[in-house]
Design a protein around this ligand. Sequence first.
Ligand code: SF4
Length: 520
Amino acid sequence: MTFVITQNCCTDASCIPVCPVDCIRPVPNGTAAPMLYIDPNTCVDCGACMAECPVGAIYHEDELPAGQRRFLDINAAYFDKTALKVRDTQAKPAPRPLERGALRVAIVGSGPAACYAAAELVHTPGVEVHLFDRLPTPFGLIRSGVAPDHQATKQIVSVFEPVLASDRVSCHFNVEVGRDVTHAELTEHHDAVIYAVGASRSRDLGIPGEHLAGHHAVADFVAWYNGHPDHAHHEFDFGTSRVVIIGNGNVALDAARVLVSDTETLAQTDIADHSLRALAASAVQEVVLLARRGAAHGAFSVGELIALGELPGVDVVVRGELGERPDDLDGALKYDLITEYAMRPRTPGNRVVALVFSAPPLELVGTENVEGVRLETGIIETGLVFRSIGYRGAAIDGVPFDEAEGRVPNDEGRVVDAGEPLPGVYVAGWIKRGPQGVIGTNRTCAQQTVGHLMEDFAAGKLRRRSDDDISELLTRRGVQAVDWAGWLAIDAAERARGAAAARPRAKFVEVGELVGAARI
Ligand code: SF4
């Protein structure tokens, strides 16, 4: 008997250290592993990993939900290709305690990379962290990026909550660097600043017709249905029967699922109320996902592809050239799933998600509004197009920025300016390494950055110029900062609003509402 890791795996790797026989692989090392796997021949069936997994992705093989059963074979197949090797599991020595406040670090952002960085910092007794976010709410893309039908993934916040609640972490939400406080002021009041601000700008398509109404970045749609205050007022025309999404990564699949899911299902999630109303009146029957290349190169993960194929009331159809079946496990799994989907019979009346391969878009056609997407093989008619081809970071005032790469130039997290490290300034997450990886990828990324920060501190390279608490400066300026207790008040109010309709929460989507709820 064995336990099995399934679709929801966040690669956070909380499970690895608790396994008594060390049979979970790959051990994250900074590269973006699609998921982790359990070796069924070594697992001793103890269940420790299941108890530790923050997103509920691990099941006993006898208790696998119907839609997840194929992960039994997927876990085993990983070890058929990559035999389990004994590794050195000696625990790292505990960090030497510092005098309280001897090291004070500002972290800008409160998404996974920021939270993992804070966790790593407070692991050293005495270190103080000040965490800033421009929104009144924490957790970044966990709140505003993870799809509402993936509630289990959002449970990763249970790893972060004890960290942000620590008496050595001060939260300053609703505080924007560049508006309420400057980079120079952060460096004055802290020994080091870590920017973990993500990459929120969408890449452009670079084809004619991008300016047409009805063409949007998928990130705007995702933030809209997740109730991000900056995006709550967007309007999308769901009067079209077909939506085209250019790109086929996990974000594209999320958007497709939301567009074709029945609204009774969505109504049980924390989707924004305005989105639920708009989607309930939607005429969309088909979502077409356009991929430049073949099936083996799909940007989606195997887990998300399986979840798409399990969606009730939805047929997944496949068109275009699939290309060659590759040798690597991940690519071969994708290829095999796609070919399996291609042979499925259609169900009359079902909505459709069409995966179209080897179909680069050449032009968005239309006069004022988009009316179609031109491919080499013809035009796909549509009134709504989302591009989902990746993200770029935005420049931070006072910090070097590489416009071509869309991220802050850095050497393993140390920000560099003209090739030289900028003392006391660091990055973690997408603004450091670009928009790649899943939630857990940020853990090793943040650990690397904090490791270098601690080396620099030990070498005497970090020194703040002011011991004053930054809160006093914010108060003098009249900034309505929200602290951890304020977030707990927002959280309780949203959960109470949702409970009446048996939903996990009903989100506030205006900054004023959020700040008001924080003051209750
Ligand atoms: Fe390891 Fe126990 Fe999980 Fe099996 S059930 S993978 S032995 S922790």
